[in-house]
Design a binder for this molecule. Structure first.
Ligand code: NAG
Length: 540
């Protein structure tokens, strides 16, 4: 050092610069440390997700559950889709939006914009956790991934303020990065060390599957309490009544108005009938079908003569309604579903002459929900298959139609609750997470045919609440065996019945598989983690 001339005789400008920097750093540290440290406010929590809050169902359900358990709840994340209504109405929930990274960063090359974006996020999260929330929260619940920079920021805040960190491990951030860059990439190795270092020492860890728990506990030697909290849908996901279905399908009629669908579906006359439901005419009062049915339906809620008012029912000539929800990305093989439907079409034709109705196969309407990059490509392919090439005796599909639907948030549970069978094409990148869409389907009492992968059996019990397939042939065979004789299809009915049994069978009985609502599950799993505070509050 001594032989560096500038160290001996630094220019005054340089010295001034250094002193200024030192003063600034000191001020910053003093500002944080020297302030009398307020104790964390009991029964308060910050729920942090570095993403669109409205598209983070699990974190919204967490926030809702904390609030219902009397925690003052701060939900922190980005603005975007509308959050579920209960978050906007519950008194103990405050939504604190983070600001978007400054727009001028978008013009810069990634190598500069990347670090600057992270820096602006760090400052914004720190400011939110340390200043916008009036007292330090007792708990900080953070979703991982993304890991960078959130894990480090909450680690720092927990050091400064004494908040207890709970990490909700949805997946491993570095493993997602590794899909793009490869395990050996320097960024990936760095991200892994970061995630491990800042993730290890939390107060508690939540996992979405047993597989995730086993893996992380073994690989990373996690400290703190460790709990598996399987996803469960909230209570609004339930089996729809025929009246709810009737209303939904009236609502969806415009989506079914293309010529290829109108010629395929049974004819309907709203408000008396839809392709799937109808109001039985024989039950109309003597004045006949001129009665205002809407009025009659509204009255049914109040009228002591409700049993005399016509209620919608499912049609006997309805097609089987199958639902899949997809993000239309390459990791979900929609082509496999199309192959299976092709085979089903042929099987249905082969059986159409059969004497015994119970041996015939029904028409299928395959409702596909979701938006994504491959949608156009596959829907063109669907169009081609449905219409046929126009030559030869094969012709277009007669037994199958696909309809791509974009639903309001409130209609989605109703569609699942009205459907006959769900299809899941989800395949897990890590083999340690489970498809939320199957969870939603189960919440609606809807059995599934699901593409198999490593830990799927934590959710789908093959032959009980669904069937597991590995290729298009197996899926086609499952559709045939489940739908034979529809609408009275014994194999399908057996799967559907398992949901009632799951709700009523005593634990330990052979038919039992564990199922409950999010709130039941959360109360049972999370309250013990937070309980000592509940006890100390009771002692006050
Ligand atoms: C969960 O706990 C909260 C708070 O005690 C309670 O209000 C709620 O009813 C419970 N929910 C269920 C489904 O047990």
């Amino acid at each position: 050092m001594a032989d560096s001339p500038s160290a001996i005789a630094p220019s005054s400008a340089e010295t001034a610069w250094k002193v200024l920097a030192l003063l600034a750093a000191t001020y910053f540290l003093w500002h944080i440390y020297a302030k009398p440290r307020p104790k964390p406010a009991l029964r308060s929590v910050a729920v942090l997700v570095l993403g669109d809050i409205g598209r983070s169902p699990r974190m919204m359900y967490h926030a809702e559950s904390f609030a219902l358990n009397k925690f003052q709840t701060y939900l922190i994340g980005y603005r975007g889709s509308k959050p579920i209504p209960s978050l906007l109405s519950l008194p103990r929930i405050n939504i604190l939006y983070l600001s978007e990274p400054p727009s001028y960063l978008r013009g810069l090359p990634f190598i500069i914009a990347g670090p600057l974006k992270v820096l602006s996020q760090v400052i914004d999260i720190l400011r939110t956790l340390l200043e916008r929330i009036p007292h330090p929260p007792e708990f900080i619940l953070v979703q991982n991934p993304p890991s960078i920079p959130t894990l480090a920021v909450v680690w720092l805040v927990s050091r400064l303020r004494g908040s207890k960190v709970i990490i909700d491990w949805h997946n491993l951030g570095y493993s997602i990065l590794a899909l793009k860059l490869g395990e050996q990439h320097a960024f990936v190795r760095l991200a892994k060390r970061f995630e491990k270092y800042f993730g290890r020492s939390a107060y508690a860890h939540l996992f979405v599957t047993n597989a995730m728990r086993e893996y992380l506990v073994q690989e990373w030697d996690l400290q703190g309490r460790k709990v598996v909290l399987h996803d469960r849908p909230p209570a609004r996901f339930h089996r729809a009544s025929p009246s709810e279905s009737h209303e939904l399908f009236q609502h969806l009629l415009p989506s079914f108005s293309s010529p290829s669908l109108t010629s395929f579906l049974p004819t309907s006359k709203p408000p008396y009938s839809t392709p799937f439901t109808y109001i039985p005419p024989s039950r109309f009062p003597p004045s006949g079908p001129t009665l205002d049915v809407d009025l009659a339906l509204d009255m049914s809620d109040l009228s002591p003569f409700a049993e005399h008012v016509a209620m919608p029912e499912l049609r006997g000539d309805r097609p089987a309604l199958l639902v899949t929800s997809t993000s239309w990305t390459p990791d979900e093989d929609f082509g496999m579903l199309l192959d299976a439907l092709k085979q089903y079409e042929l099987a249905a034709r082969a059986r159409e002459g059969l004497e015994d109705e119970k041996e015939r196969l029904p028409k299928i309407l395959m409702a596909v929900t979701g938006k994504g990059p491959l949608r156009q490509r596959y829907m063109r392919e669907v169009e081609r298959l449905q219409m046929g090439s126009g030559q030869g005796d094969e012709g277009g599909w007669r037994y199958v139609r696909c309809a791509s639907l974009w639903l309001e948030a409130d209609d989605y549970p109703l569609l699942l609750g009205s459907a006959d069978l769900g299809i899941s094409l989800h395949s897990s990148s890590s083999g340690r997470d489970l498809p939320m869409k199957v969870v939603d389907m189960f919440g609606c009492g809807l059995p599934v045919c699901a593409l198999g992968f490593a830990c799927l059996d934590e959710l789908v019990k093959d032959g009980v609440n669904g069937l597991v397939f590995h290729n298009a042939e197996q899926l086609a065979a499952q559709l045939e065996s489940l739908l034979r004789g529809f609408p009275s299809a014994p194999a399908l009915a057996a799967l559907q019945a398992s949901f009632q049994q799951a709700a009523h069978a005593p634990a330990g009985s052979p038919d039992h598989w564990e199922w409950g609502t999010w709130a039941e599950n959360w109360n049972r799993t999370m309250r013990p983690l937070l309980l000592h505070d509940v006890a100390s509050e009771a002692a006050l």
